[in-house]
Design a protein around this ligand. Structure first.
Ligand SMILES: Cc1cc2nc3c(=O)[nH]c(=O)nc-3n(C[C@H](O)[C@H](O)[C@H](O)COP(=O)(O)OP(=O)(O)OC[C@H]3O[C@@H](n4cnc5c(N)ncnc54)[C@H](O)[C@@H]3O)c2cc1C
Length: 336
């Protein structure tokens, strides 16, 4: 087990709230370390909807998810925070070192990180895509099976089959029109889509032009190919008819499983099943010097939006800094 140096604040989660906390902590001259279980910065925004427009973050009338988190990273990491990606935080302990009580988090990489305070910005927890119930499905990862559309260009001139009935599926049936080969097939197990009616109507209009193929009520039963996906076998679940559809990019957009995982066993008081209870005036949890902000933090009336998480991150960072230094909480405006 490796032991790294002590920093003032460890931030668990590099989504918009974690990056905002890194900014505010650095702005107050605190040393910061960020740890995230996925290999990229930006949390849900980067992983789930990088090419969706976001309209409700203050100061950005309209901004692509990807551009927003790039700016969050530029702002959040400007003070030189240490960043560790691809490591899931699993345990929290308290240790004593040189007469100081420190928080020690240990990750899936077996590394222990020490800090004086911890800000948990874990969103919905380390999340994982829901997968098709086909035996051996994991073997197709990296061979044409995708759980996200991160970069449209990956699908340029590809024959795409998109599986799902919600907004993400319909958004990408429409969003890949200028990139993927036509028709883009969309497979949904029910007759009716859950997605926004206007998106469904637009997809139907595109179907009449031969640019989309809507396959309902249908399910993918088999994936075939030699080293890479070449076709999928689909069953119409009302007629039991089976047929093959050419496919070199199978994009399954079936939502995510997420859970707090090991964090739920740390003795943190929870708000409902999925959030850590905080005092919204300080963002502190029931554990001393452990704060939470963003989607993971709960209190009556909480709204899970980017802008709210960023505000809580500023409260958490300022309170953590004040507590570490034994000072009064002060905002300290940004200035040259
Ligand atoms: C499809 C969709 C569209 C949305 N559109 C909007 C919108 O238009 N406007 C808006 O304001 N909000 C929107 N939201 C909500 C918004 O994305 C969230 O409020 C925001 O991402 C919360 O940020 P966060 O930093 O708190 O958490 P997240 O973005 O979830 O980031 C949490 C990070 O913590 C990491 N993590 C979790 N557990 C661990 C662990 N144990 N160890 C290490 N790392 C861990 C995760 O991997 C993740 O990267 C949308 C959400 C979705 C799903």
């Amino acid at each position: 087990m490796g032991t790294d140096g002590v920093v003032d604040i460890t931030i668990l989660g590099a989504g918009p709230s974690g990056l905002a906390a890194a900014y505010y902590a650095g702005h107050r001259d605190a040393s910061v370390r960020i740890v995230d279980s996925i290999e990229q910065l930006g949390g849900q925004v980067a992983a789930v909807y990088p090419e969706k427009n976001v309209y409700d973050v203050a100061g950005h009338p309209k901004i692509l998810g990807r551009d927003l988190v790039e700016l969050c990273a530029e702002q959040g990491l400007q003070w030189g925070a240490e960043v560790h990606l691809g490591e899931e935080v699993q345990t929290l302990d308290r240790i004593s070192e040189n007469g100081e009580e420190l928080l020690a988090v240990t990750t899936s990489a077996g590394t222990t990180y020490l800090s004086r305070a911890l800000i948990i910005t874990a969103g919905h927890g380390a999340f994982e895509p829901r997968k098709l119930g086909i035996e051996g499905i994991d073997e197709w990862e990296g061979k044409g099976l995708h759980y996200f559309v991160r970069e449209k260009d990956v699908f340029r001139d590809r024959t795409c089959v998109i599986v799902g009935g919600g907004d993400s599926a319909l958004d990408w049936v429409l969003g890949l029109q200028d990139t993927a080969r036509h028709p883009i097939a969309v497979v949904h197990r029910r007759e009716r889509f859950r997605a926004l009616e206007s998106s469904v109507n637009e997809a139907k209009e595109l179907e009449s032009q031969g640019r989309v193929r809507i396959l309902v009520p249908c399910e993918v039963r088999e994936i075939r190919g030699d080293g890479h996906i070449a076709a999928v076998t689909i069953e119409n679940v009302s007629t039991n008819e089976h047929f093959d559809v050419e496919c070199d990019a199978l994009i399954t957009l079936l939502g995510f499983h997420s859970h707090l995982g090991a964090i739920a066993d740390w003795g943190l008081e929870l708000e409902g099943k999925r959030q850590i209870k905080i005092d919204p005036t300080t963002c502190e949890t029931n554990l001393p010097r452990v704060y939470a902000a963003g989607d993971v933090a709960g209190y009556p009336g909480k709204i899970t939006l980017i802008t709210i998480g960023m505000g809580e991150a500023a409260i958490a960072a300022n309170n953590a800094v004040a507590q570490i230094r034994g000072e009064k909480v002060q905002p300290k405006y940004s200035t040259d």
